[in-house]
Design a protein around this ligand. Sequence first.
Ligand SMILES: [Zn+2]
Length: 194
Amino acid sequence: MRSVKCQNCSLGNLEKDEDGFLPCKECGCSLNSTDLPRINKYENYICRSLESLKLEKKFQDAAKLLQSCIDCQQKQKDYFSSYNIHCLQILDLGLDASIDCENWSQALSYTSLLIAPYRLYYPHQSPQIGLLLMKQGKIQLFLKLLKEALTSLQQSGEIIQITHGQDHPLYRDLKDLLEQCMEEMRMTLEFSNS
Ligand SMILES: [Zn+2]
């Protein structure tokens, strides 16, 4: 989906179809014609950035890639939200890079930005959503956000047992994470009661 952030209310998104941008769903305003050249310029910029980020990924320097993703997001954040298909791909790259360099708080901020557009663009029980929730649960577990981790992992499990099956190694990994999470919750509870 090629959408831009509404410059009037900054809450809604203006979606693009073959005839151009549709009015904002939140405030109903249309894209100002003076904004269009700027939007096009920024859209070209993120398309080029996305290509160079994909190239950068091949060099496997996760820290550098993460910084490039953050820089790119900073430059376009006033115009594009994570619902824009190019931005979504940049966020995906940033998430993997932040996991690779074990920057868990950054990784968590990526999963929170990704979850709503994933739910919009992918079917409810798709492997993409199941995997994203599993990543999110794992990150929350690392950050000791145990209640949140439990919810993400349970939601992921409901999807992965359908998309991959209960005998799949991924589902078994998920079960291990769930057990680890519940064990840590039990220990925290015991510790606080002693
Ligand atoms: Zn608006």
